[in-house]
Each structure stands twice: as structure tokens, then as C-alpha cells.
Design a protein around this ligand. Sequence first.
Ligand SMILES: Cc1cc2nc3c(=O)[nH]c(=O)nc-3n(C[C@H](O)[C@H](O)[C@H](O)COP(=O)(O)OP(=O)(O)OC[C@H]3O[C@@H](n4cnc5c(N)ncnc54)[C@H](O)[C@@H]3O)c2cc1C
Length: 376
Amino acid sequence: MMKITVIGGGAAGMTCAILLARAGKSVTILERGERLGKKLSATGNGQGNVTNTHMDASCYFSDDTDKVARILSRFSWQDTVAFLQSMGGIFLPDARGRVYPAGRQASAVTDLMRRELFRLGVQIITNARVSRLEPRHGLRAVWEGGSLSSDAVVLAAGGAAAKNFGTDGTAYALAQAFGHMVTPLSPVLVQLRCDPQTVRGLKGIRMDAGLRVLRCGREVYACRGDVLFTESGVSGDAVFRASSHAEQGDTLWLDFLPDVPQNLLRSAVGEGEDGLLCIVPNGLGRHLFKLAAGNRTRLLSLLKAFPLTVTGTLGFDYAQATRGGIPLAETDEGLQSLYCGGLYFAGEVLNVDGECGGYNLHWAFASAHTVAEELQ
Ligand SMILES: Cc1cc2nc3c(=O)[nH]c(=O)nc-3n(C[C@H](O)[C@H](O)[C@H](O)COP(=O)(O)OP(=O)(O)OC[C@H]3O[C@@H](n4cnc5c(N)ncnc54)[C@H](O)[C@@H]3O)c2cc1C
């Protein structure tokens, strides 16, 4: 019987192991943490946004978006739902196409997958941080206290984001040892840092705002959603989405009243410090009033286009995903390494990251499915 080792027990690793075990392979998962699916259990603010009904390669960043498109065409959002529901549960889209378990509990998705792995008899070795892969008797994975040889290895060890979930970027070295490169890495789906002067005093204020990203005066991205002011910048759903597109030095323009036209605003905004009562939160109103320094035209313009300069991000520790990784160009159509036969890649370890909204988990499921199909 073909023996396969999966390195990493996250969304991609567990999916690959389940599909391979269902196809009759002997599968072992090696996970550096003490349990599987720790990150999956924390996704979507604990609710588990597993995929999105608006699925398209244009929602992804990669060195080869055509290959991403081909992989997505082999595994649609409905396939993700069908795969998860084959283990139990109900998965439903919300009004924005984001698909969640009906019980809105990400940890329950992990429980479903763990139950299925157990049912299929997949061997799970935890506290096994693989430090070396050797071409011996097939491929041999080595960790402190053990080693395991198998016919194929799937590297599903994630990226460099959120190291408290076991992903600190050190696993890329396992592929680099075979000559793979790692494209430049940066954190995405992350809070943006802004000039501290411009956000001082606004911490805690949350708005449904329009957000535009401008580079050298040209709009590179626009969206609408939650914006939350923090100690060092801005967070919230709209900011996370914008973080996939924004660079240091870009300007964010916030429209605090995206549904209110200028003419209504002109008639509604009163004079004096309390002129913005019931228009924006009081703290923001006072701040804008101060900034405008009594200039009404300036005040009206700040309400519709509040500028913030991006000075950076909060970094990998606070990011949900990694931009960069092992290039798709260094893999074949089945995501097998071009440099080492029998070595496959799935999930965030690859140079693919998706927009906010279930796209990264979908990539984990879809890429794992491609690898599992190739290994059957
Ligand atoms: C807080 C948070 C919320 C998120 N919310 C969403 C969401 O709602 N929707 C969405 O689509 N995406 C979300 N994401 C992103 C998504 O979770 C990841 O893109 C996805 O989990 C990647 O899956 P993966 O299996 O490739 O890697 P991971 O889930 O990161 O799993 C990799 C596993 O490999 C293990 N590992 C690493 N190195 C080694 C080694 N050397 N040996 C053995 N094991 C190793 C790690 O411990 C880890 O368990 C979120 C991320 C975070 C941090």
C-alpha cells in the first residue's frame, strides 16, 4: 500500500490526509503542535469562514494566477461545502457570499475533520516538528525523536503568519533544501499602521466606512466595510481587505458616510463643536472639528475623504495570511515539486494568498484536493 506523509495538520494537511485515506492510502500526519487544526479553530473570528460563493482566481495573488484558476476549476466553493458536509454539519453562505458552518463555530469544523481522520485510521503524530527531509527509501521526514520514510510527502506546513498557531516560516527551509526558492514574504489580512498623529484620540471608534487606497494619486483599491481605529492605525474588515493591496506610503481615504450625498451633508452639518451630533460618533466629530479648525468646507471634505498615510502593518504575528511562498512555477500541475519527485505542496506554504472572505481556507482545501487527486 502506498505510504504518504503529510507535514502539517492544518486545513490543507487534514484535507489531503482525509482524501488520501478515503482512496485507500496509508497516511501519517506529522504536526509540530500538540493538536491538529489550531488555526482553523480560530478562523473567521471563531466562526470559520470556510469559502466564498464569489470564487474566482482574480481574488488571489500568486506568481501564476492561471494555475490558481485551473486548481479552482477542479474544486469549486460547492465542492468545499460538499467535502465538509460529507463529514457532517451544514454550511451556509451569508449575504456577502461568505460560507460558514450553520452553528458558526470554527472549532466544530476542526472537530469534524479530526473525527473523520480517526474514523479513517489516519496515523497522527503530534509534537513532531519536521526539521529535515531526506531522499532515503522514498522520502524520509526527520524530527527530534523520530523519523518516517514514505513514498510521497505533502508539505502543508503553512506560511509565516500568526506564529502562535505553529507557523513561523521555518518550514520553507524543508523545500529550500531541494533548491526551491521562496518569493519575498509579507503579512496580509492585517491591521495597517498609520501616522500616529492622525489617529491619536480615535482609538475604539468603529464605523461602516468607504475606503479607497491611493498610490501617487491613483486609486489602486476601493471597498466598503468595518473600519476600527486602533492605538497605531486602523483595523476591521475593510482594512483587512485593503491590506492585500496597500503598500507603505499609500494614502487611505475614508468616507465616514458612504450613503450620504454631499448636498445632504452640507445642509445637515451644524455650526460649532456639536455640529456633527448624530452624524458621526461624538469622539470622531470632535476630532474632525478640531482638524478642520473652524473651516466648514474642510470639515465637509474630511467627512467624505479622511486621509491616512500607511506607514506599515502590524506584522506577521498579527496577520491572517502570508503573501509569498514557494512559487507555483516550481511545481507541476499536480503541485508536485519540479526538483524532488514525490514532494508535493498544499495550502499557504505556496505563493498564493487570497482576499479576506474565506479565500485562504478555500485555497487550502482546493490545493489539498489537487494533490490528493494526483496521488491516487
Ligand atoms: C486568526 C486567523 C483567522 C483567519 N480567518 C480566516 C477565515 O475566516 N477564512 C479564511 O479563508 N482564512 C482565514 N485565515 C487564514 C487561514 O486560516 C489560513 O490561510 C489556512 O489555515 C492555511 O491552511 P494551511 O493548512 O496551509 O496552514 P495552517 O493552517 O497554518 O497549518 C499548518 C500546520 O503546519 C504545522 N507545521 C508548521 N511547521 C511544521 C513542521 N516543521 N513540522 C510539522 N508541522 C509543522 C503548524 O503547526 C500548523 O498546524 C485566518 C488566519 C488567522 C491566523
